[in-house]
Design a binder for this molecule. Structure first.
Ligand code: CO8
Length: 257
């Protein structure tokens, strides 16, 4: 598939996806959705790739779903076609995906960042769910993921007023993993992604899966799920290699088996 709204580049074992609709501050339309889903499916299947980074421009990660595309839609078309339900497929990507956010991450842009496994924020990043100002609401999971990330008080205030938060407030609230200078954002995200891609592949999948399980389970079920996956990793060749490499004071050499 030839892409028009995203750029995809492989650097070693890391796939860098850049949202590229500068004329609309990377607003998310149907085309960007289908291109991103295609790119993520290819990334997930490609055994040479271990981690992905999604970024935008220094001005905007994404300023929301495309308002111009939604403007004339009615209930029948939105509900009938389950508008944007395709984004759910994005969250089924099994390998880790880092959001490298500079500038605006608003509405669907904030929601896309939250669908990634963690967010690295540039010091100029701004997050918000301003949909209420358009007389609508988050529709790609924002009311749920934001609430889980920052708690009810801040999420409720952000959704009801549309107030944006800056990178420092987002970090204090637990929405982002780290803040880095805007000029070095992509480089830092790529470095972090390369670290992840350098880990044993099955352990990477298992760690992602068990952290995500914390959103869906009780504590007892979650701890049980973690333990079962932990046990399962002892059936891998890479566990033997990893522990032997530690004892022999050398780096592990992974086979993904
Ligand atoms: N959609 C379409 N076009 C956009 C969007 C958008 N979300 N955001 C910006 N643009 C366009 C502008 O229209 C403008 O285009 P043009 O030059 O042709 O007029 C261009 O990008 C530049 O934008 P501005 O001139 O407005 O730039 P400013 O620097 O003055 O302002 C802002 C930047 C503050 C980011 C401003 O553009 C803004 O407020 N944008 C809209 C933010 C917003 O409301 N986002 C939420 C959208 S709704 C949503 O995301 C719902 C998600 C759930 C959908 C899932 C349904 C199932």
């Amino acid at each position: 598939m030839a892409y028009q709204s995203i750029l995809v580049e492989q650097r070693g074992a890391v796939t860098l996806v850049t949202l590229n609709r500068p004329e609309a501050l990377n607003a998310l339309n149907g085309q960007i959705l289908s291109e991103l889903l295609d790119a993520m499916a290819a990334f997930d299947k490609d055994t040479s790739q271990g981690c992905a980074v999604i970024t935008g421009s220094e001005r905007a990660f994404a300023a929301g779903a495309d308002i111009k595309e939604m403007q004339s839609q009615g209930f029948a078309s939105m509900y009938g076609h389950d508008f944007f339900a395709g984004w759910d497929a994005f969250t089924r990507t099994r390998k880790p995906v880092i959001a490298a956010v500079a500038g605006y991450a608003l509405g669907g842009g904030c929601e896309l960042a939250m669908m990634c496994d963690f967010i690295l924020a540039a010091d100029n990043a701004k997050f918000g769910q301003p949909e209420i100002k358009l007389a609508v609401s988050p529709g790609m999971g924002g009311s749920q993921r934001l609430t889980r990330a920052v708690g009810k008080a801040k999420a409720m205030e952000m959704c009801l007023t549309g107030r944006m938060i800056d990178a420092a407030e987002a970090e204090r609230a637990g929405l982002v993993a780290r803040i880095v200078p805007a000029a070095g954002l992509v480089e830092e995200a790529m470095k972090t992604a390369a670290t992840i891609a350098g880990m044993a592949p099955l352990a990477v999948l298992a760690n992602k899966e068990m952290v995500n399980a914390a959103y869906e389970t009780t504590l007892t079920q979650g701890v049980q799920f973690e333990r079962r996956l932990f046990h399962a990793l002892f059936g891998t060749a890479d566990q033997k290699e990893g522990m032997t490499a530690f004892v022999e004071k050398r780096p592990g050499n992974w086979t993904g088996k």
